[in-house]
Write a protein that binds this ligand. Structure first.
Ligand SMILES: Cc1cc2nc3c(=O)[nH]c(=O)nc-3n(C[C@H](O)[C@H](O)[C@H](O)COP(=O)(O)OP(=O)(O)OC[C@H]3O[C@@H](n4cnc5c(N)ncnc54)[C@H](O)[C@@H]3O)c2cc1C
Length: 410
């Protein structure tokens, strides 16, 4: 089959975002996935200000002007920042329209290899697809990536879209993290309720283990969700949909290979929050621009992949990622009461600090300041524990990446 400029492998949010951005650069794009038009079933949430590259109002199902969190004690804290539930069909349609010139193909990629001035992707049904550049947007673990050296930390969650006998949180609100521990005294690790009033009597309720190594099993989360709702006198009267969630939080950074990884395949899931969709939308234009430039310069495929990789993971983003991975190690080292106290301190930080941390908008220096501010803010016993974890050999190994980020991308 004749070659194109770019072959995008994978049809999740990252694959379609990459295809749309490449089409905008007037590149010839082909997109390959086993079910390229299959609906995305995940309930994708995001902060509205992170969706500036798409018109947020056009791709969201519902927005909440403020967000609640409950960490320690009975009261909620209200965060002044708008949160949304993405309407997957609208987002896909919006990206599909932008990627209208893309040729969409059904198939599963098996391998990629150099073929002179092109790359050749072999599919499981024997097809060979040629392109000057290949984007691996196949999620984690990436189709063309190396296996992870050690088992990653996992975010797991069990959720329901349901009708309930009573509101689990105040009507009309959404709650990002409800750590109310009363139904689970002494239970490890800490998990929280992520909940949204979807209107018309429907709720989204999800018990979430932010990060654990090994993963918290989904059956444990289902039991905890039932317990939590029962403790509030809430019964489920109709289950409309179930969400079973498990994904790696600290997948290894991609190596520069023939294909350039993007999205969850490129470890773009935020290691301390688990969010990725908005980040894929944000980084796709830089990826596409670097491909346009490299193709115009008639570079060879390995040079093109290297330039594109640098656009996806510039040095500053690598430094920030290292700090996030350190933050993840701290979280993994805390027991349930300490986790709740930690988030209590985190959401008491000034808005710019915690927003910059969760949305990757702070510089490395600003992130370091935020982390120090947080350490100063938490109770003394917790401060000592956090510092002990942050100074452990494993954490220091992680932190050395801030100084030498290129070591991480060999
Ligand atoms: C249940 C759940 C809820 C989540 N909620 C959120 C959230 O609220 N907000 C957020 O920002 N993030 C969330 N995430 C994290 C992350 O953003 C998602 O995992 C997201 O789907 C990753 O997007 P992606 O396009 O990189 O990969 P995926 O969505 O995993 O898409 C991978 C694509 O590649 C295709 N593919 C795989 N192998 C091959 C192959 N060999 N050849 C061709 N195609 C292949 C697949 O069929 C699929 O089309 C959630 C994750 C899960 C699992």
């Amino acid at each position: 089959m004749s070659g194109v400029d770019v072959l995008v492998v994978g049809a999740g949010p990252a694959g379609w975002a990459a295809a749309a951005a490449c089409a905008r650069e007037e590149l010839q794009v082909r997109l390959l996935a086993p079910r390229p038009h299959a609906p995305w079933h995940q309930a994708y949430g995001a902060w509205v200000d992170e969706l500036s590259v798409v018109a947020a109002a056009d791709v969201t199902r519902q927005q909440w002007d403020t967000v609640r969190v409950r960490t320690v004690g009975p009261g909620f804290r209200t965060l002044p920042r708008t949160y949304c539930l993405i309407d997957n069909e609208l987002l896909r349609a919006s990206l599909g329209t932008k990627a209208a010139t893309t040729t969409v193909m059904t198939g599963r990629a098996r391998s990629v290899e150099g073929a002179g001035d092109h790359l050749c992707v072999h599919t499981t049904d024997g097809a060979q697809l040629r392109a000057r550049a290949v984007i691996d947007a196949t999620g984690h673990p990436a189709a063309f990536g190396a296996p992870a050296p050690s088992p990653p930390a996992y975010q797991t969650a069990y959720g329901l879209v349901a009708r309930l006998s009573a509101p689990p949180i105040p009507t009309g609100t959404m709650c990002l993290m409800d750590f109310d521990s009363t139904p689970f005294e002494e239970v490890e690790p800490a998990t929280f309720l992520y909940a949204m009033d979807l209107g018309a009597g429907r709720w989204f309720v999800e018990e979430t283990a932010l990060a654990a190594r090994p993963a918290v099993p989904l059956r444990t989360l289902r039991q905890r969700l039932e317990q939590r709702l029962a403790h509030r006198g809430v019964r489920c009267t109709e289950v409309i949909a179930k969400e079973r969630c498990a994904f790696a939080m600290d997948a290894p950074l991609p190596r520069v290979g023939a294909a350039v990884a993007f999205g969850a395949a490129a470890a773009m899931v935020h290691p301390a929050t688990g969010y990725q969709v908005a980040e894929a939308l944000r980084r796709a234009p830089a990826l596409a621009a670097s491909l346009r430039q490299a193709l115009d310069d008639h570079r060879d495929p390995s040079d093109i992949a290297r330039a594109a990789h640098r656009a996806v993971w510039p040095a500053e983003a690598l430094r920030q990622d290292t700090l996030y991975r350190l933050g993840l190690e701290v979280l993994l080292g805390l027991d349930a009461p300490a986790t709740r106290a930690f988030f209590d301190g985190f959401f008491a930080l000034p808005l710019d600090d915690w927003r910059g941390y969760v949305s990757r908008t702070s510089s490395t220096l600003a992130l370091q300041r935020t982390m120090l501010r947080l350490i100063r803010r938490v109770p003394q016993h917790l401060r000592r524990r956090v510092l002990r974890i942050a100074m452990s050999p494993g954490a220091l190994r992680t932190l050395s990446g801030v100084v030498a980020p290129t070591r991480l991308t060999r």
